[in-house]
Design a protein around this ligand. Sequence first.
Ligand code: F6P
Length: 353
Amino acid sequence: MHIGRTTLSKFVIEQTRGQYSEMGALLIDVAAAVKTISGLVGKGALSGFAGALDSTNVQGEVQKKLDVLTNEAILRHCEWGGQLAGMASEEMDDPYRIPERYPRGRYLLIFDPLDGSSNSDVNVSVGTIFSILQRSTAGDAENVDYLQSGCEQLAAGYAIYGPATMLVLSVGRGTHGFTLDRESGNFILTHPDIRVPEETREFAINTSNERFWEPPVQRYVAECQAGKTGIRGADFNMRWIASMVAEVHRILMRGGIFMYPKDNKDPAKPGRLRLMYEANPMAMLIEQAGGAASTGRQRIAEVAPETLHQRVPVILGSKSEVQRLERYHEEYDTGADRPFVSPLFAERSLFRD
Ligand code: F6P
């Protein structure tokens, strides 16, 4: 029993009173969708929805039945309330138009309905990520309305479907965590005002991509791996769950740094993760918790989007480590990390043949 504790609805109503009360109603619908998805994902193989479809999404990734179903769950839970001008998702090539029978509002909901969905087959935590933007007036959103930088987000959050289902949320006043009480069906505020520790000795990166990384990231990871014997003078721990939601959740709980940096594996892709519905909302949650989120060369929240599904390099977590990586990128870009070699005495110089 949680009599007297703060439920998500109470928290949201209090935080969005006045000008943003319609956004509060929208967030409560998002939470309802999350409960539906939690039920679905929690059934595992018993749901009958395991496995892949024949289709691919706009990213060219094979869609799973759960990707499509969870996308539907969010559309159906959120389309009716009159707060939205439109929705966009990883699973839809183009933004979703609110059906004629429902009123329109001024908010835009952008989401990844089931991030890390391939992990659901192996019973590892997956999640839903969402971001809320607004247009100046109520009415059907045009594609261009969605192309706002992360700084413009009014709210962002994720749900993590792990041993417990949690919803972590920010409306621009800190980052707060709610745990789903499966008996009452309520999200209860269990982690108010989460803070990311500034210092950390834990990093997360897919090291199988090491040969494709840029030198500043190779330098950083090599230094962490050198541990006590290297210039960092301390041993580091490494984690890789391959589920961004689980990774960000760990960082919010105990610090750390997460990297899916720029690499040269596929020159057409400047990173793996999607700006609008992965990087931006996570960046807002991390920054609101006192951490930092960067591409290595720019604050993620300041990247001007060009397309809805664009990718971006992501480095986020404990502030001092993100800043160190930004410094390494700058030193690399300016050549400051390479010792000066005089052309006069280089191997092929005026004085040698
Ligand atoms: O974008 C989907 C995602 O599953 C993220 O949640 C995760 O961080 C990343 O991809 C994992 O990538 P990889 O398969 O390269 O480890």
